[in-house]
Ligand binder design. Structure first.
Ligand SMILES: *Cc1c(COP(=O)(O)O)cnc(C)c1O
Length: 462
């Protein structure tokens, strides 16, 4: 499989190069040159497979020609063996036609483990084959950092440095990063905000000499391999609840648009999907887009669902490319416009294609707590604030009652104990694998918000 950039001016690459590159050289994101197709008979056969076997089947066309092509079944087995639920991604029925797809049984209790557990292994394989080493650098406000660290811990040929804002993550989130005992994992508590952390990371990547010397790489959500791994659970849930005979609807709490875009990919590959309902918190750039056709940046406000406190949904660019009939020049113009004026408008024909398939809903913190209470009262389930936003989106449109609605549960409630307690009065205990997290030793370095200090630290370890 070859990959093309959404902005049309970068060289096409094979899977291994796309994995290591992340962003395309023209600033665009990579998408596959063609969408692999699964027939109705394929989908029927998928229903009998366990999660890791299905993952290998779904991803096989995307890695054709890669050094990992033949290794994929072994790698998916290894990646999903660390999940604590035997189903990996269990479906739980909430009401007559409403289901929760639990994506939080991985090592860090959030859905990002589905992609990152595999991506860590893919990096290792490709680097081994190429006899290369990389240094992964990232900034986190919480979830992404721990998922990336868990994915890269102990892997040959990878050093990982994660910056978090000192004192500004939850204690569970910080300990999930800092109690990992592996010599290639380096936590930096920066004296500053998340934006300061991100600025330092950007500056490291912008320094071409430093970037080249340490072979810097990122595992952020614009990496195609992360999207690819997430396609699997849409197909997994779809075939369990009726595909290929019946359609399903997905509701997805959304930040960077990576998760829900993976659902769109599953649909392009043959899964019958009626609709995608996109949930946002008060940071509602996507909801406003669906309502108006204009994507316009506003400031970020903190909310109960911090992993969706975003200013820009980077992966939306991939959808724009698809609905613009893969016109890279058109996407490029929109992104230039966005950079200049913090706003762009999608052409009416393309916007109509998007709204025919996607609907957006926003929910503020009060509403989020109310959904958490309602779900608790009607089903006995505790859900985290992100999941609550998704459930709200699932309930927001009058759809054909014969079509199952699947809300994605993106984090375990124990990851957000304060919000869960405030909403329901109940505490959600940490699962057994993490119960001792408050007793483990933490390892991190506190650094000033100073680019050179961060560079010195990286230099001293690599
Ligand atoms: C990252 C994250 C999201 C947002 O996912 P995107 O792919 O950025 O849309 C939602 N919920 C949780 C718990 C997350 O960690």
């Amino acid at each position: 499989m070859r990959y093309v950039s959404t902005r049309g001016r970068a060289p096409t690459l094979g899977f291994d190069d796309v994995l290591l590159a992340g962003l395309a050289t023209d600033g665009g994101l990579y998408v596959p040159e063609t969408w692999p197709q699964f027939s109705a008979a394929d989908l029927t056969a998928f229903a009998g497979l366990d999660y890791a076997s299905l993952a290998a089947k779904v991803m096989a066309p995307f890695v054709a020609g890669s050094v990992i092509e033949k290794e994929l079944p072994r790698l998916t087995k290894q990646a999903y063996a660390r999940f604590t639920h035997t189903a990996v991604a269990p479906l739980k029925q909430l009401s007559a036609n409403e289901w929760l797809l639990e994506l939080f049984h991985g090592p860090t209790l959030a859905f990002k483990d589905f992609a990152l557990q595999l991506v860590g292994l893919l990096f290792e394989e490709v680097l081994k084959a190429r006899k290369q080493k990389i240094t992964i650098v990232g900034a986190t406000s919480g979830d992404t950092g721990s998922a990336a660290i868990e994915a890269c811990r102990g892997r040959a040929n990878i050093e990982i440095f994660i910056l978090h804002p000192e004192g500004r993550t939850s204690e569970v989130q910080r300990r999930q990063m800092t109690t990992v005992d592996a010599p290639n994992v380096h936590n930096i508590a920066l004296k500053g905000t998340f934006d300061d952390c991100q600025d330092v990371v950007k500056a490291l990547f912008a320094d071409a000499t430093f970037r080249g010397e340490f072979n810097l790489s990122a595992v952020n959500s614009i990496n195609w391999a992360r999207i690819m791994a997430q396609i699997v659970y849409y197909i997994w849930a779809g075939v369990r609840l009726g595909a290929p005979e019946r359609q399903v609807t997905f509701a997805v709490p959304t930040g960077n648009f990576g998760n829900v875009f993976a659902g769109y990919c599953a649909m392009r590959m043959g899964l019958p999907v009626a609709r995608f309902l996109v949930g946002s918190n008060r940071n509602d750039i996507l909801t406003r887009y669906f309502e108006t056709g204009a994507m316009t940046i506003e400031g970020v406000q903190p909310s109960l669902s911090p992993s969706m406190d975003i200013q820009v949904s980077s992966n939306f660019e991939r959808l724009l490319f698809e609905v613009s009939d893969r016109d890279g020049a058109a996407v490029s113009r929109m992104m230039d416009q966005f950079k200049q004026s913090a706003s762009y408008t999608v052409a009416p024909a393309a916007h109509a294609k998007i709204t025919a398939l996607f609907g957006g809903r926003r929910l503020d913190d009060e509403g989020t707590k109310q959904v958490m209470r309602e779900v608790r009262a009607s089903t006995g389930e505790l859900v985290d604030p992100h999941t609550a936003v998704g459930i709200y989106a699932a309930r927001s449109e009058g759809l054909d009652p014969a079509i199952p609605r699947i809300a994605l549960a993106t984090a375990h409630p124990a990851k957000f104990p304060d919000a869960v307690k405030a909403a329901t009065g109940v505490s959600s205990p940490l699962p057994a694998v993490m119960a001792d997290i408050f007793n483990r030793t933490e390892r991190f370095q506190v650094l000033d918000n100073d680019l050179d200090a961060v560079k010195r630290l990286i230099r001293s370890h690599v």
